[in-house]
Design a protein around this ligand. Sequence first.
Ligand SMILES: Nc1ncnc2c1ncn2[C@@H]1O[C@H](COP(=O)(O)OP(=O)(O)O)[C@@H](O)[C@H]1O
Ligand SMILES: N[C@@H](CCOP(=O)(O)O)C(=O)O
Length: 315
Amino acid sequence: MKALKAFAPASIGNVSLGFDVLGAALAPVDGTKLGDEVEITSAESFSLETVGRFAHKLPGDTDSNIVTKCYHYFCEQMEKAGKPTSPVALTLHKNLPIGSGLGSSASSIVAAFAALNAYFDTPFDQDTLLIMMGELEGQISGSVHYDNVAPCYLGGMTLMTGSEAPVTLSLPLNDDWYYAICYSGISVSTAAARDILPKQVDMATALTFGRQLGVFVHALHAGNFDLAASVMKDVIAEPYRKSLLPGFDEARAFSEETGALAFGISGSGPTVFAVCSSKAQAEKVAAYLTENYIQNEDGFSHVCQIPSQGTLISE
Ligand SMILES: Nc1ncnc2c1ncn2[C@@H]1O[C@H](COP(=O)(O)OP(=O)(O)O)[C@@H](O)[C@H]1O
Ligand SMILES: N[C@@H](CCOP(=O)(O)O)C(=O)O
């Protein structure tokens, strides 16, 4: 019987300065597997089983699970392409909290599509699959954005092109940066956190956004990481979203006092991240966040780096 699994890591959407166009995969340095996993095997009829730490927070009915929607969408696309499918049994290991800002829905979507594509002998190329992933992410959050699905699938830090081929570009990574991340334990709906944003930005904000993104990309390619860090500021979403995040200003203040290079909201929150120039500094910020930013037993902190590996397929 054919069987395989796909692990898809957590990710930071926006990375502060790139609303909807910049994202980064995350891997805890202690080896914790932070991400969802989908197992796939042949079956008489389609089924989805959900297990894992956050499975109990998923919608009760299988049809509402985004993984089921991925399966049906994948089969439709296969039919359009004149390729055969067969029923499969899926198991979703829901390890990421929902509404966390860690790309939880993206992780399930990417793991599902990657598992299906591998199981059916790679009928779709990378860009086609990314477009399918973005479509499903859009169904959940209210608008198509690739800043979680792209790094989750491909790894690294990815910049969206706005084009269909390639959908995304990989940016150079700084191996010396460590990311202290902390999920507070509360849930923030991405769709709701998008709804509170103004539909238009003023000229000054647009100019700052464009300048920062241009400088950031240049600085990474030039290996000038201090310059890159200096423009990691969110002028689009943070001013509106931080009101949803108890303890955000205090956490930023501590992070800055400790010498962190940048601090911001991961995706639509409540997870926050600090970019640190050493592992020891990231550990110090993570310890503060654990003590002061976590609100309940669902919360957690990790010291992470950005892995160059995204989704991993294994037997
Ligand atoms: N496999 C899944 N993983 C995450 N969310 C799912 C899944 N299936 C369905 N959902 C629903 O999709 C929505 C995801 O909310 P969202 O705020 O976008 O989460 P996140 O920001 O963590 O991706 C929730 O209403 C959740 O119940
Ligand atoms: N660019 C999106 C990212 C949402 O990330 P999530 O992890 O909160 O789903 C946004 O900022 O709305």
